[in-house]
Design a binder for this molecule. Structure first.
Ligand code: GLC
Length: 637
């Protein structure tokens, strides 16, 4: 155990800082210790644990650089800072975007031109060598991947970006470490203290019992949830890949270690911690070991800990789960306003692609209205159309049953086939991911542009099809910019980067086709796009315009509710954003045909004016009927 946690001298704090710390501790004490006492209260060591935790928080706060302490005060005054309409995220792998960490600073102007205020460095902590699951198999949480730079570079780059108005988000994997992590190595060497950091078993009896109700995450390349290590003579819980060992959160030492790491990263200037794979943190026999109540207790306590010692930061919880399981990550019931600040709006993403393939938005309107509150307390969703992961077709049987003529299983298969490009008439070019013949489950890979039809259109040299693909892509960007939450742009999507087969030549990546939609940034294409050339030029200009309009439109802040409205025309998805000064109505045509829309239901929902703030123009409106062009988006108000 690291010495600072046991140490009694709490570091030097000025009287002002001491008072500040005590005030913040007072504010969040119950948020921290109520859930912790539920989790660890039965342990004889609980009081000592609680004291060590408080000491740790004080010590890390004492070490916090002055500039970040000022940031803390700023965010204490404005805790909803990240809910502003000015928040726009950009997500990239450092090597693929800029070569190295410091190289990121060469592209600040590009980021600013998109209105970016939040940059997510995809996993950048030191990964295991070889296949590291895209960096999610971490062997040292305190070091930056040496191929990208050092922790000193990280602190320098976060400070420089902060000065440019950008907050840095980093991944912190909470469910597992690489088997090469020091804790795992000590466990393998037989140290019982560290064996208790992961979940391990002497025989396969208990693992087999768990397996009865567990699911498989990567059935094709990493089947099963446990791995036997003959040297150690133990079965280790490995939910994802063999090299990713699940942490044992029943052990309070793990909690202390992770809090320490979180504060370490916060003190280097990270402002958003993306907590990876949180749904899996707690295990209970007879369940699927996902989304259990203890997970929410742990996450609330982690949030309270950073609120005390580094209140400038927020937590983004990565849980790609069914809608009713997702909402609790943003705090419901006793966790309201106290858990994650951001979570991925996986449902919006899935429903976008589902509506696009079907040309019908009824399932989308139903699902989003049914499961999601119109706003959250000190929290919101991160909206996105594509990310680095596959698309899992998370459409439940119950939701599908609420819509006439949809069978959930067949619809999910239709979507997977449509986006693999094998369904007759599909415009998409993608691939199946983790096709599971046992359950019939299949997921999808592919870049935004290729899935939206750009690749096939360009290949066919079909100008009209290219126009339609561009319109689909821009509609997607307008959707995530308008919906509410923080829109995330995935690197290269603003230029329409297509699927990239380069990964097939890399043995550490070839087995995982998610790499097809993780391309290298094409800076020469970006330079041509900058001059307005080609499809990339149209897309880049379009995305910049959408993001600029978002930033200028107060009703799009995540503090304003998002109210889904069902229109008479199922081809069109709509919601209102009832702001203080006016109600905005956002509409999206999910088909390649002109769609007439009777605005009646929107007027009833508070819409007053009909100017299009997205296009900055008067829309095609005749006798109360709005005519939307193929894949057109408008923001009326
Ligand atoms: C998250 C990541 C994914 C990774 C998994 C295991 O879901 O987004 O890429 O494979 O966690 O760490």
């Amino acid at each position: 155990m690291a010495d600072f946690i046991d140490g009694s001298d709490a570091g030097a704090l000025s009287r002002f800082d001491q008072n500040l710390f005590d005030l913040r501790l007072g504010r969040s004490r119950a948020d921290l210790f109520e859930p912790l006492s539920r989790i660890y209260g039965h342990l004889g060591s609980y009081d000592a644990f609680a004291n060590r935790l408080t000491d740790l928080l004080r010590r890390r706060f004492a070490e916090r650089p002055e500039a970040l302490k000022l940031r803390d005060l700023e965010r204490d005054l404005n805790p909803d800072w990240f809910l502003s309409q000015e928040m726009i995220g950009y997500v990239f792998y450092i090597d693929l975007f800029a070569g190295t960490l410091k190289g990121v600073l060469d592209h600040v102007d590009y980021l600013k031109s998109l209105g970016v205020t939040y940059v997510h460095f995809m996993p950048c902590l030191k990964p295991r060598p070889g296949d590291s699951d895209g960096g999610y198999s971490v062997m040292d949480y305190r070091e930056i991947n040496p191929a990208l730079g050092t922790m000193a570079d990280f602190a320098e780059v976060t400070a420089a970006l902060r000065a440019e108005g950008m907050s840095v988000c980093v991944d912190l994997v909470l469910n597992h470490t690489a088997k090469e992590h020091d804790w795992a190595k000590k466990a393998r060497a037989g140290d019982p203290h560290y064996q208790a950091y992961h979940r391990m078993f002497d025989s396969d009896l208990v693992p087999l019992e768990y397996e009865e109700t567990l699911l498989e995450i990567f059935p094709a390349h990493a089947p099963g949830n446990f791995t036997f290590y003959p040297g150690m003579g133990k079965w280790v819980w490995t939910t994802f890949n063999e090299h990713q060992w699940d942490l044992n959160w029943e052990n309070p030492e793990v909690f202390l270690e992770i809090v320490d790491i979180m504060l370490h990263l916060a003190n280097q200037g990270a402002e958003v911690l993306r907590l990876d794979a949180v749904a899996f943190m707690w295990k209970q026999m007879g369940t699927d070991c996902q989304n259990l109540g203890e997970v929410h207790d742990l996450l609330q306590a982690l949030r309270a800990a950073t609120r005390i010692a580094a209140p400038a930061i927020i937590h983004k919880e990565e849980a790609i789960v069914a809608p009713e399981k997702l909402v609790p990550y943003l705090g419901v019931g006793r966790h309201r306003g106290k858990e994650g600040n951001l979570a991925y709006h996986n449902s919006l993403m899935v429903q976008f692609w589902s509506s696009l393939a079907a040309g019908d938005t009824l399932l989308m309107s139903h699902t989003l209205a049914k499961h999601f509150p119109e706003r959250f307390r000190n929290a919101s969703l991160a909206t996105y159309i594509r990310c680095h992961d596959d698309i899992g077709w998370a459409i439940t049987d119950e939701d599908a049953a609420a819509v006439p003529n949809i069978d959930a299983f067949n619809h999910r298969r239709f979507l997977a086939n449509f986006y693999a490009g094998t369904f007759p008439g599909s415009f998409a070019r993608g691939a199946l991911f983790q096709d599971n013949p046992e359950t019939g489950d299949r997921r999808s890979s592919g870049s935004f542009a290729s899935l939206a039809g750009l690749e096939t259109a360009l290949e066919a040299g079909d100008e009209k099809a290219v126009d339609l693909a561009v319109a689909r892509i821009l509609m997607g960007f307008a959707l995530i910019a308008g919906f509410g939450g923080v829109p995330l742009l995935y690197m290269g999507d603003e230029l329409g980067l297509l699927n990239d087969e380069a990964y097939l030549k890399d043995p550490a990546k070839a087995h995982d086709n998610r790499w097809m939609h993780r391309p290298k940034m094409d800076w020469s294409l970006a330079a041509r796009a900058e001059k307005g050339e080609g499809v990339a030029g149209r897309l880049l200009a379009g995305v910049r315009r959408i993001m600029a309009q978002r930033r200028a439109t107060r009703e799009l802040a995540a503090t304003v509710p998002t109210h889904i409205v069902q229109l008479g025309n199922r081809a069109v998805f709509a919601f209102t954003r009832p702001g203080d000064e006016r109600t905005l109505a956002c509409l999206f045509n999910f088909t390649a045909n002109i769609q007439p829309v009777d605005l009646g239901p929107l007027f009833e929902a508070g819409l007053y004016g009909t100017y299009d703030f997205l296009g900055d123009r008067v829309p095609d409106l005749r006798s109360g009927i709005l005519y939307l062009a193929p894949y057109e988006a408008v923001w009326l108000g």
